[in-house]
Design a protein around this ligand. Structure first.
Ligand code: COA
Length: 151
């Protein structure tokens, strides 16, 4: 695939990410309104595209919730672009932004049955700190809350 370029997620990317979102998350996919809301709130969102340009391969977002605390809102890589380092690149860029913003703790929720994502997060020092029962609806899947403290 070659090198990936990361750029800011703009409103015109929403239409392009919705089919990826639907494919990956099914009934629990985010609506256009949820993406609009994230962007309107000024959260830090990125899209990954091939270096030479082309379709969106993945996207991710970070919300700085308190002066020193941030939440990874989502991270998603199109099924046919997975396992080639795009998720890593997106997560590293979110963590770099968190560090620039003086964040001490970065947190996230991940489905308790989502082993691949949990492995990715563990690689970057995220540790499980709790469970939110039935957080994902309608599947009623538990969420694992993970936290990573800045060194
Ligand atoms: C989780 C996700 C974002 C990872 O993106 P990706 O581009 O495939 O990940 P990378 O290629 O950067 O892999 C990084 C690491 O994650 C882990 N990982 C990713 N996919 C994995 C899989 N299918 N099985 C096991 N580990 C996996 C591995 O540790 C991997 O490192 P390695 O390839 O050196 O072993 C992607 O699988 C995805 O979009 N999944 C569906 C949506 C989702 O679950 N998002 C997270 C919601 S909280």
């Amino acid at each position: 695939m070659g090198v990936v370029r990361l750029g800011r997620f703009r409103w015109w990317h929403i239409d392009e990410v919705l089919p990826i979102e639907a494919d990956l998350f099914g009934a629990e996919q985010w609506s256009p309104a949820m993406f609009w809301n994230e962007l309107a709130n000024g959260h830090f969102y990125l899209v990954a595209t091939p270096d030479g340009g082309g379709r969106v391969l993945g996207y991710a977002g970070l919300a700085v919730a308190a002066p020193d605390e941030a939440w990874v809102q989502n991270i998603a890589v199109a099924r046919d672009a997975q396992r080639r380092g795009v998720g890593r690149a997106l997560l590293e860029a979110l963590l770099a932004e968190a560090a620039r913003r003086g964040v001490r703790s970065t947190l996230l929720e991940v489905a308790a049955n989502n082993g691949p994502a949990q492995r990715l997060y563990a690689t970057y020092g995220f540790e499980p700190i709790g469970v939110r029962r039935g957080y994902y609806q309608p599947s009623n899947t538990d969420a694992l809350v993970m936290r990573r403290d800045q060194d």
